[in-house]
Design a protein around this ligand. Structure first.
Ligand SMILES: [Cu+2]
Length: 196
């Protein structure tokens, strides 16, 4: 949400004239294992992703997931209608990364604006998830399998987090990664398709 972000940054700059931060024009996304927006940005899916292909880092929406945040069925797009193709399950056709229950999996974020950060959280769909269905809160285990607190610190441009993947899953599942920003009302949402 580039425009809204610029406006928010401009508003912050007016409110805090001595703030050193310049308006950030871009943000971040999960690069590995490739998120849906990363796949779109790399032109790695055979369908039209819409404008997210030009700015895979811009999946920004309201923070506070899962109590608040994007409504069900818009989670992978951060609630932004411009990025709705990210929530289209395509009948389960999104490319998957092969994983094994209980393995260590490292997530790499490509971060273009090092925002002060509350935390990163990672959620996985429940056993029995049907990959032809959109992502909803009911489809997800709402207890994150990894939470990485930042207490307002700024993540590196290339940020990695390693998780132990939950057990009890088979087949096509979806990981929802959320980067919650400390000093705005927003968070970045990134959905990655995996196959157990
Ligand atoms: Cu940003």
């Amino acid at each position: 949400m580039r425009t809204r972000h610029l406006l928010a940054a401009a508003a912050a700059a007016i409110a805090l004239p001595l703030a050193t931060a310049l308006p950030a024009q871009s943000h971040g996304y999960v690069d590995q294992p490739p998120s849906r927006s990363a796949l779109c940005g790399a032109d790695a899916v055979p369908w039209d992703c819409g404008d997210i292909q030009w700015e895979p880092q811009s999946v920004e929406g309201p923070k506070g997931f899962p109590a608040r945040g994007p409504v069900d069925g818009t989670i992978c797009a951060g609630g932004d209608a411009r990025w709705a193709p990210l929530d289209d399950p395509r009948g389960g056709a999104w490319p998957t990364t092969r994983v094994t229950a209980g393995q260590q999996l490292t997530f790499t974020w490509h971060i273009e604006a090092r925002h002060a950060t509350t935390n990163f959280t990672y959620y996985l769909t429940k056993p029995g998830y049907d990959a032809s269905r959109p992502i909803t809160r009911a489809a997800l285990d709402l207890t994150p399998f990894l939470t990485v607190p930042y207490d307002g610190r700024r993540p590196a441009a290339t940020t990695t987090h390693t998780a132990t993947l939950p057990t009890g899953r088979t087949g096509h599942q979806v990981i929802v990664a959320v980067w919650e920003i400390a000093d705005t009302g927003n968070a970045f949402y990134s959905c990655t398709d995996v196959a157990f």
